[in-house]
Ligand binder design. Structure first.
Ligand code: 5XR
Ligand code: SF4
Length: 302
């Protein structure tokens, strides 16, 4: 189908199903353009609570769609393709959590929202990059089990002074882990006037060079503070920022770094998803219940 026709069909089906499309900031431009809401995973999950739709097509990776489902159990949440998965979330298994708990029985388990619903069911509290420090500071323990991102764990340990045990030991996002100091140097040489916005999933030495360290939601909030930025995160973020702020300059730190799971979703998948009501995200009730407690505790604490 031609693009125009495809979009027409998507809009028609949206109405028929009383559906909305939520898309993460890393989605392809043509998907960002047709989305009803754009944001980071938590913003989208929260927004999902306030919309009247019966169906949410979630253009993002699986853990994000799960979070939306957990907070909106009565709505149908569709993931347009099963290939939309997060490599970092997949690194953390329940076994890692249980092993760490054996070693540190009194340490609370703090999980980044980039984790599976099943893992979240074993967490005391979840965090985002924006509230991780605040939540860990408030916890009544000097030892914290933290997963799955070792770089965010490092950041939290540095700021709070607590002992943070990363699980798994080398959990990371391959998109962000690839940025190096060479990329920082090149950016500084190429864009003399620019400041650096860096995602906290980047390596510690890259974070140290940053002017701001923020999630994609934070990048949107902070961008108006300066007129030119180099953006250290998935490349489509620059499309998102440039569209929002046409008068600010944004450069991707690396145009060739992208998330395979995010890019697995096409307009055609979204069309088929609405047409066939697939693929329905299901979280078993018992897991959803426990995961929701960990997420709600985060919302209370931050
Ligand atoms: O790396 C991601 O998957 C993206 C992201 C973000 O910044 O948007 O980290 N996901 C967030 O929702 C997690 C919040 O800290
Ligand atoms: Fe996961 Fe990294 Fe992709 Fe985000 S960018 S969804 S953390 S693999």
């Amino acid at each position: 189908m031609e693009m125009e026709k495809l979009i027409e069909e998507i809009n028609r089906l949206k109405e028929e199903r009383n559906a909305i499309i939520m898309a993460h900031n890393y989605q392809l431009p043509e998907i960002q353009d047709i989305a009803d809401f754009l944001g980071d995973s938590l913003e989208l999950a929260r927004k999902a609570v306030n919309v009247e739709a019966d169906v949410i097509v979630f253009a993002g990776v699986d853990f994000m769609a799960e979070t939306a489902k957990i907070l909106n159990p009565e709505k149908t949440v569709l993931l347009p393709t099963r290939r939309a998965t997060c490599a970092m979330a997949n690194m953390l298994t329940v076994n890692h959590i249980l092993e760490a708990k054996k070693q540190y029985p009194d340490a609370p388990v703090v999980l980044y929202v980039n984790s599976s619903a099943e893992a979240k069911a074993y967490a005391d509290v979840t965090v985002t990059s924006a509230n991780a420090v605040k939540v860990v500071e408030k916890l009544d323990s000097d030892v914290i089990i933290f997963g799955p991102d070792k770089n965010l764990a490092h950041y939290v340990a540095k700021v709070t002074g607590k002992k943070v045990i990363p699980i798994p030991a080398h959990g990371h996002c391959y998109v962000h882990e690839r940025f190096t100091l060479e990329d920082v140097e090149r950016a500084r040489k190429l864009y003399l006037n620019a400041k650096l916005m860096v995602h906290p999933e980047c390596r510690p030495e890259v974070q140290e060079e940053a002017d701001v360290i923020v999630s994609t939601g934070g990048m949107i909030k902070r961008a108006p503070e300066w007129n030119e930025w180099v953006v250290f995160t998935e490349r489509e973020m620059v499309y998102r920022l440039s569209k929002l702020y046409p008068n600010i300059k944004f450069h991707p730190a690396r145009e060739d770094f992208f998330c395979i799971g995010m890019k697995a979703i096409t307009l055609n998948h979204i069309y088929e998803s609405l047409r066939d009501m697939k693929y329905e995200v299901e979280v078993p009730a018992e897991i959803a219940e426990r995961a929701r407690k960990a997420i709600e505790r985060m919302l209370e604490m931050s």
